[in-house]
Design a protein around this ligand. Structure first.
Ligand code: NAD
Length: 458
């Protein structure tokens, strides 16, 4: 019989108190065990990702499973360095003291994951949490159920529930978990649920990392090689059929480039996912997670078209579980599709006259998770980066900034708070504690009262 979540939480807490923070050796052993277990179930993970999202083995390997192998290898390689206390300089008032920044595990952490990269976004934060020496309770998404089941199998094989526990279920389980006084909550999902998580965390003053979504714009400059840009954008938009938190959400382009862009985009898409006969190659194109999500995409288009938008191009291949790539023109900024994160293979094209107008368009909206800019002008690039806030930015490409573990990954305000990946993920799950080791030759007495005869020191 399942133990109540409260009992599991208390067991983790008691166990952590009894044993203390695990050594770097133990953390590395945990990570190796996790990797071995993932490797053991690798074929089942690929099958689960195909069942949930129609991901091809190649796409699943690159964006989920191998991504996680490299994250584990990176942590194992650097962990002994990460855990070392870092020196901090002394000041005049504490000249002979030693100062260190030490990294303590936060303690018992909660990870809540979404369905779009269900394996990567559950395992990635777990790797960081374990690297930092924490106990973890983890809730994968209820929508990607095949992947969630295999995650459960991996985690119950690799770990005792007193160190890692996986709870399957829907938002009711999240709600129950959010009642518990976790030391840290790492949430990946929508901005709306992020607000719920932050409110729940406030009750216990748990620290939070929110990896949220939003509309990531692509700003195309006049001097851009449109063919290359369109190809990169098409790849980024079609990846997981647009169900990617940092997918290019909409295009800002000058009117005289629009027709060319549409042509090159169509050509790239044809090359990527259609056979010469025009049929869609399902091996290269994911499905939409549920019929409910699919019908939302149709509604977004209907709604935009009712308000004056025009379908500039739509590929073949709409089906009961796929949505064909679609380009929209003349899209009113107040339409739903320009208000909500699209999260599907629809790309609205918005035209601008001046760069300042394009910048203002982005500035007037919630801060995006990613900002994409295509330009060969350093002056323009610097100007845009300086004036537009975003979680991350990628110049002359899309998506790929997420793949470098030396870079922090995360949002800003509406697109999230805190960061993940590599050392940044380790720090997220650690408390950076300031420690001062006072010397016997301290000048502290100088600041003790009585103060009456000390004013001359000022
Ligand atoms: P979601 O917010 O609906 O759900 C995420 C998780 O929260 C799921 O496990 C779900 O069970 C749980 N949940 C849902 N409603 C809840 C509630 N009321 N209370 C508590 N928990 C609740 O998100 P989703 O649809 O699974 O994922 C899509 C969203 O995630 C998009 O907005 C996307 O941009 C974002 N996302 C962000 C990142 C990132 O790294 N920033 C990565 C992937 C996805």
């Amino acid at each position: 019989m399942q133990q109540p979540l409260e009992t599991i939480f208390q067991n983790q807490k008691a166990n952590y108190k009894a044993v203390g923070a695990p050594s770097a050796d133990i953390r590395i052993q945990q990570l190796k065990r996790l990797k071995d277990c993932i490797q053991k179930y690798e074929l089942l993970i690929f099958q689960a990702l195909a069942d949930d999202l129609g991901k091809s083995k190649f796409e699943a390997a690159v964006t989920e499973v191998y991504f996680i192998y490299s994250e584990i290898d990176f942590a194992i390689k650097h962990l002994r360095q990460w855990v070392l206390p870092k020196r901090a300089k002394s000041t005049l008032s504490s000249l002979f003291a030693k100062h260190r920044i030490t990294y303590q595990p936060k303690g018992i952490c909660l990870i809540i994951a979404p369905w779009n990269y269900p394996f990567q976004l559950t395992m990635g934060p777990l790797i960081s949490a374990l690297s930092a020496g924490n106990r973890v309770m983890i809730k994968p998404s209820e929508y990607s159920i095949h992947t969630s089941n295999i995650i459960l199998k991996i985690l119950t094989t690799a770990f005792d529930p007193s160190s890692v526990y996986c709870a399957l279920g829907n938002q009711d389980i999240s709600t129950a978990l959010l009642e518990l006084p976790f030391d840290h909550i790492f949430f990946t999902g929508s901005t709306q649920v992020g607000q719920i998580v932050m409110r729940a965390a406030a009750k216990h003053l748990s620290s939070v990392t929110l990896e949220l979504g939003g509309k990531s714009p692509v700003l195309i400059g006049q001097d851009t090689d449109l063919q290359k840009a369109a190809e990169k954008i098409a790849w980024g938009k079609l990846l997981n059929a647009g169900q990617t938190c940092i997918a290019p959400d909409y295009i800002l382009i000058q009117k005289d480039q629009e027709a060319q862009f549409i042509h090159y985009f169509q050509t790239a898409v044809a090359h990527f996912i259609y056979s010469p006969s025009g049929a869609m190659n399902r091996d290269s194109y994911a499905k939409i997670i549920t019929p409910k999500h699919l019908s939302r995409l149709h509604q977004l288009i209907d709604d935009a078209c009712t308000q004056g938008a025009r379908i500039a191009w739509k590929g073949a291949g709409d089906s009961a579980d796929t949505f064909a790539p679609t380009l929209l023109q003349n899209v009113p900024p107040e339409s739903r599709i320009m208000q909500e994160e699209i999260f599907g293979p629809i790309l609205p094209i918005i035209t601008y006259d001046t760069l300042e107008e394009a910048i203002k368009f982005i500035q007037d909206r919630p801060k995006p998770l990613a900002l994409y800019l295509f330009s060969n002008s350093i002056k323009m690039t610097d100007h845009v980066l300086k004036n537009v806030s975003s979680g991350g930015a990628c110049v002359n490409d899309v998506i790929l900034h997420v793949s470098n573990p030396h870079l922090p990954f995360g949002g800003v305000n509406q697109s999230g708070t805190g960061s993940s990946h590599g050392y940044f993920g380790f720090k997220t799950f650690s408390h950076e504690r300031a420690v001062m080791y006072q010397s016997n030759f301290a000048f502290s007495k100088l600041i003790y009262p009585p103060y009456s005869d000390k004013s001359s020191l000022l």
